[in-house]
Design a protein around this ligand. Structure first.
Ligand SMILES: Cc1cc2nc3c(=O)[nH]c(=O)nc-3n(C[C@H](O)[C@H](O)[C@H](O)COP(=O)(O)OP(=O)(O)OC[C@H]3O[C@@H](n4cnc5c(N)ncnc54)[C@H](O)[C@@H]3O)c2cc1C
Length: 485
């Protein structure tokens, strides 16, 4: 259901009233504060944004709003997708509803009228809220679009950030849009580029790249399910997205789905939910490296079960087959078909198409927007050597971030300007906990990031801020006997 589309007559008045409430809430809190950073110009007098936010999904929205509230108002937001298409929700998130409970506030930054619930009740009413089980993906996207609008965020859609390079004390940003290629300048950059924004998605080495583009796709790629009608689909992996894709393929007419899962049983407990508390959100970054590493390994090894709704959705469909304890050793192309070789079997199993559901990876060396700078970024393996039983080579590739999500140099002096770039996505999870990943942590991450940016801009601008202070001459005592001109 998309309430904005389905209930057009009821919406405008209630929503207009609600938006008045938002304006009043902000006014009562004195938000947003007046702009205070110094004005800076770039090469040849080019204009420079104080902060350029890449990505206008949930984390980008929260970060930008938090900065604007704090008076950092000279910001720019660039988003690759068209308006209303941000994030995974209407493309590769192939579930019907969000996995999380409807009661999460969303990126509301502590303001009740900005919560998902307040917006939803304004749009379709309190009864509809009571009746809602979980949030449909499209409804969540409508809410995020509303936040962009009501907070007047300066989002420039259909604009891709291609390359970031330090240049004379600022960052030069090459972008591509319908207007062609352009260059922008910014003093700080926030990469809120989503789950795959810190290294892309993970395709295991046993999957032959020659299967692309006609015989295989990762769950995070576009898949033409209509083309798979009547076909036999093999799915590698047993996580939430693997199940969503299995259900989608069957609903759209696949003749059968075979899901290959390495583990003999599905994970039972969602430890991510068990650690979604203020303690973890605020406390994680203060732990020492050994404690953070050990906790992250524990969470990573446990893996999360698929949501029970997703499992039931797939099981309702006939022709769904799950093979637990069947690790795939090779996925190859032969005679125009993908073949799946399961460990311990002599004969590979043929399918018509393979879907690879093996999730994302984080790799500081593969952040696309950083291009040549990427190898200079400090990773966890540069900073911490775990004991043998806790070694996990993939986790060592996570970026090792500073306290404000800033990138750090691998070798001091190689590129100090890296600390002008802040990574606000899942790549921050080992350094900061799951604050810039899922919905529950979004407000904590935005607040921490914005506070750090305010501090660093203030330090950088202190000379000009001080001379503004010295020039400040608003007479308090004018009109009293003690006024001195
Ligand atoms: C399939 C799936 C389902 C999920 N379900 C849930 C859930 O139910 N509950 C939950 O709490 N979490 C869920 N998550 C995790 C998380 O909440 C989402 O990934 C969420 O979208 C994260 O928000 P974000 O702002 O970090 O990233 P996104 O929403 O992905 O937004 C990032 C934006 O950056 C843009 N972008 C990227 N690179 C560039 C570039 N170079 N130039 C310009 N723009 C760029 C993208 O177009 C995108 O719109 C899910 C994740 C996935 C992948």
């Amino acid at each position: 259901m998309r309430p904005l589309a389905n209930d057009r007559r009821a919406v405008p008045m209630r929503l207009i009233e609600h938006e008045r409430q938002v304006a009043r809430d902000l006014e009562m809190l004195g938000l947003p504060a007046a702009n205070w950073p110094a004005q800076v110009t770039g090469p040849n007098g080019a204009s420079v944004a104080d902060v350029l936010v890449v990505g206008a999904g949930m984390n980008g929205i929260a970060a930008a709003a938090s900065l604007i509230f704090k008076g950092v108002r000279n910001i720019r937001m660039l988003e690759r997708n068209p308006a209303g298409q941000e994030g995974p929700w209407l493309s590769f998130a192939r579930m019907d509803t969000l996995r999380s409970p409807k009661t999460l506030p969303g990126p509301a930054l502590g303001i009740p009228s900005l919560t998902f619930r307040a917006w939803y009740e304004a749009v379709v009413g309190a009864e509809a809220w009571e009746a809602l089980y979980k949030i449909p993906n499209a409804t969540w996207v409508d809410y995020l679009a509303w936040l962009q609008r009501v907070l007047r965020l300066p989002v420039q859609h259909e604009t891709i950030v291609k390359k970031i390079t330090p240049s004379a004390g600022v960052l030069e940003v090459e972008v591509q849009s319908q207007r062609g290629n352009e260059t922008y300048f910014a003093r700080r950059i926030v990469l809120s580029t989503g789950r795959g924004g810190a290294g892309g998605y993970h395709i295991p080495s046993f999957v032959d790249p020659a299967l692309w583009p006609d015989l295989a796709a990762h769950t995070n790629e576009a898949i033409d399910f209509a083309r798979l009608r009547g076909k036999s689909i093999g799915i590698i992996g047993g996580g939430a997205s693997a199940w969503d894709n299995a259900a989608t393929a069957l609903e759209q007419g696949a003749s059968r789905v075979d899901m290959y899962v390495r583990r003999p049983a599905l994970p039972q407990i969602n430890k991510g939910r068990g650690s979604a508390s203020p303690g973890y959100f605020y406390g994680w970054a203060g732990l020492d490296d050994a404690e953070r590493w050990s906790l992250f390994v524990y969470l990573n090894d446990a893996q999360a079960p698929p949501p029970h709704e997703t499992v039931r959705r797939a099981l309702r469909l006939k022709r769904f087959n799950i093979h637990l304890g069947k690790p795939v050793e090779a996925a190859t192309r032969q005679g125009g078909k993908p073949l799946v070789l399961v460990r311990g079997e002599d004969t590979p199993r043929p399918h018509d198409f393979l879907i690879i559901g093996t999730g994302f990876r984080a790799n500081a060396g593969a952040i696309t927007e950083l291009a040549d700078l990427s190898p200079l970024v400090a990773r966890w393996r540069d900073r911490y050597a775990p004991p043998e039983n806790l070694r996990r080579s993939d986790l060592g590739e996570f970026p090792y971030l500073g306290p404000g999500f800033e990138l750090l140099e691998r070798e001091p002096g190689q590129c100090p300007d890296l600390s002008r770039i802040h990574l606000l996505n899942h790549g921050a999870a080992l350094s900061h906990g799951a604050v810039a990943s899922d919905i529950p942590g979004v407000n904590v991450a935005a607040e921490r990031l914005a506070t750090a940016l305010v501090g660093s801009l203030f330090r950088e601008d202190i000379k000009s801020i001080r001379s503004d202070l010295e020039a400040f001459d608003e007479p308090e005592l004018e009109g009293t006997p003690f006024f001195v001109r």
